[in-house]
Write a protein that binds this ligand. Sequence first.
Ligand code: FE2
Length: 368
Amino acid sequence: MRKIPIEYAREGDTLGKTLYNNMGGMLLKEGSSLNEYIIDKLKAYGYLSIYIKDKYTEEDIEDIIKPEVVNRIYNLQGSLNNIIRNSNNGEKINSKNVRKNVKDLNEIIQEVVYDIVSSKTVLENLASISVYDDYTLTHSLNMMMLSTVIAKDIGFNMNEIKALATGCVFHDIGKTFLPIEIINKPGKFTDEEFRLVQSHTEKGYKFLTNHTDLSAVSRSISLCHHEREDGLGYPRKLKGDEIHIFNKIASISDVFDALTSDRPYRRAVPLPDAMEYLLASGGNHFNIDLIKVFSQSINIFPKDTFVQLSDNREGIIYEINSEFHTRPKVKIYGENGKKVAPYIINLMEYNNIVIEKVIHIFSFDENN
Ligand SMILES: [Fe+2]
């Protein structure tokens, strides 16, 4: 399975992951065969990328969070969001309902964290993370998974990891207090709009503090996930050691997942480019030691990714190397723009060859 921009979807490809609409209902089931009509429909729906399986796909990827569990989380998040939206219209927030809702959500998250910690899949194939039409939901779950992975690799204990994970799921809850037009605005914000957007941190923190029993550490993530090492973040412009390590982790996974997700106004950035961005800005915005842990934990070249090598060969990631993610085995299908009989090379044995970039189709005609 691999993620491709929708323009590269072809008649005969199989949908790799079920697509849901923004009500959590199923739009197109995994395994459906794609044709021109369906592909056009998906484009019209606004999908920029999809997961597909094709003749090059070796095997399925297990879901880390089972769709039923994602649905339960989705429903609980949805009713929590409704409570907040109604409060925007003047209705009083019923703390008892919120407490119960957050407690139920938290219980599910505690379970899910075990699955993430005990599975290698999320490290090796980011395609295993959920795709929902609702960006905020998908994003908070993905960000939670990435944060969990970093925390585990640093060596935090299970209670600490759970507190971090819970905080991540609620990190952007404050956005529900903002007008939906602002959240989805494609262009640049005016100064006033930007101040309003920034207020999601304080609004979320205040809400969680007043209406839930979440721990201080979990709540602080809603307040501090936009703080930056160099003090250029918000809301309090904290610097370096003033920022709790959980918030440093959360800020890295927040940005990484945002970059690698499609947004209404821009397409997802390829995983290697997003990692490059973090490494390049390391030390300024983000904690460089944490980024190093992150870059070693997360595989930016998942199985089935089409790649071009520095010696002009084209192929598909065939076998991941858990020790060195950038040196996997690659099944070669083309050389210098010409199709060749497929063979496998192990990049561990060729230190002079690197993966140059992720591609979506081969440059040669596959049928010739
Ligand atoms: Fe945020």
